[in-house]
Design a protein around this ligand. Structure first.
Ligand SMILES: Cc1ncc(COP(=O)(O)O)c(C=O)c1O
Length: 458
């Protein structure tokens, strides 16, 4: 690819200016102000390029976002055409064709009677909207005390104060407390260290126990990802979601499926709930909806949940200026066209075995403990001792992930996620157009770098 970039500065100048002026998200900023930063200037397909022209395989799809791959000209055209036709109008009391068309298209793809689409600018806003909707729904239907939300440990549901009360990562929560009240947490489905004789539906039953403990008349909703990201791609046990659905129904508790990552083909289906055969009351989505070419998210609610808001002079008193932005909606429509034309969901279903097999082959490396996930959303858990499954302590984990792996993987041309919000994991979620060539490239870099990491930690 010949890279055309539009920046006026040298790579060093860009890096120094970033240190001076750009407040990067979730980034340590106290480091050496002259340390070079990874500056990405261009993307095409499964690859991105840095300011020096070096190519990287984007094994993270730009944070689980660019599912159809980088640099899609159809999306650029859709955005440009929409700006010429109608650059912006709000969905506060007005509507415009792109938001209407997109809402209809999403409703057709979403499971069951999830027919009402409330647009947002991203994932946290979608989750925030869902949390407000469930409280408001129970208020309108005569259960005003139902305000609590049950989520899972180490799950990430966003950073706004409401969404953060559902997020189950202590290090992200504690510095912003007190949070919105009502966030309760239960064990997740990471079964790697479970005793062999544990009931496979133990984690589902923990939700029933927590509802009982809190008092069923105080619990509004359960929020779960189809495959939990935090902790490293944790799939559900067989029957988990069916059991959760029963528990929710028995207690008049709503089920929110947070599919900010797990929709738009990531698990081989438009929506992750389809893969596991359950019917949520609300789905939250974002990221891959527009291929992240425009910021957009959505909360998709069932007819039953929307119904109380459609009566008389009631409304859902909640919104965002940019919700349903016409340029974002036009890009999302063009993105869904790509999904249909290229059958990206079918490609993931066809190739996930090969992708997973390549990761399984790394199990001979001493620090590779577990390999898990679904679709093009897979993780490797790194352990100190494979036999005992002993994990690294905080200092070792810091040295392994930040001191070595993150930098070394990047230097070797692979962008993926080295994360220790639970036990240390490497996460891979390439664009859905990835194929054998990219799997082999990922495998080669992982084998080189993880072998070196094993020797270093031995
Ligand atoms: C499951 C889940 N929910 C919510 C969010 C928050 O989305 P955003 O960063 O777009 O606000 C994320 C972000 O990664 C997520 O993975």
């Amino acid at each position: 690819m010949s890279i055309t970039t539009t920046h006026a500065y040298s790579t060093t100048e860009l890096s120094e200016l970033a240190h001076r002026h750009l407040w990067m998200h979730f980034s340590r900023m106290g480091s050496d102000p002259h340390a070079p930063l990874p500056i990405i200037v261009a993307g095409e397909g499964c690859y991105v390029y840095d300011a020096d022209g070096k190519r990287y395989l984007d094994g993270l799809a730009a944070l689980f976002c660019v599912n159809a791959g980088h640099g899609r000209p159809e999306l650029a055209e859709a955005a440009a055409n929409q700006i010429r036709e109608l650059d912006f109008y709000t969905t506060w009391s007005y509507a415009h064709p792109r938001a209407i068309e997109l809402a209809e298209r999403i409703a057709k793809l979403a499971p069951g009677d999830l027919n009402r689409v409330f647009f947002t600018s991203g994932g946290s806003e979608a989750v925030e909207s869902a949390l407000k909707l469930v409280r408001n729904y129970h208020l309108l239907t005569g259960s005003a005390r139902k305000t609590k939300v049950i989520a899972r440990e180490i799950a990430y549901h966003g950073t706004s104060l409401g969404a953060l009360s559902a997020t189950g990562i202590t290090s992200l929560r504690e510095q912003f407390e007190p949070l919105v009240p009502g966030g309760c947490h239960v064990p997740n489905t990471n079964s790697y260290r479970w005793p062999a004789d544990r009931d496979p539906l133990w984690a589902a039953d923990a939700i029933a126990e927590r509802i009982e403990f809190e008092g069923p008349d105080t619990v509004a909703a359960v929020i779960l990802e189809p495959v939990q990201n935090g902790g490293g791609c944790l799939p559900p046990q067989d029957g988990y979601f069916q059991r959760v659905r029963e528990i929710c129904d028995a207690n008049n508790v709503l089920l929110i499926s947070d599919e900010v990552i797990c929709s738009w083909g990531r698990l081989g289906y438009y929506f992750g709930s389809e893969r596991y055969g359950y019917q949520p009351d609300i789905i939250t989505t974002a990221k891959g909806l527009t291929n992240a070419n425009q910021p957009m998210g959505a909360m998709i609610a069932s007819d039953r949940i929307a119904e109380p808001f459609m009566q008389g002079n009631r409304s859902f008193s909640h919104g965002f200026t940019f919700g349903g932005h016409p340029v974002a909606a036009a890009v999302a429509l063009a993105n869904i066209d790509i999904f249909e034309r290229e059958d990206l969901c079918g490609h993931v279903r066809e190739k996930e075995g090969e992708f997973r097999g390549m990761l399984e082959d790394l199990r001979d490396i001493p620090i590779v403990g577990d390999v898990r996930g679904a679709g093009f959303f897979q993780a490797i858990e790194l352990v100190k001792d494979k036999t005992t499954k002993e994990t690294f302590n905080d200092q070792e984990s810091e040295e392994l992930l930040r001191g070595f792996l993150s930098g070394e993987l990047y230097r070797n041309g692979l962008i993926c996620r080295a994360d220790d919000r639970g036990d240390p994991v490497i996460q891979l979620s390439p664009p859905l157009i990835a194929d054998t060539e990219q799997f082999e490239e990922i495998s080669h870099v992982l084998r080189t770098v993880l072998t070196a990491a094993s020797e270093r930690m031995a």
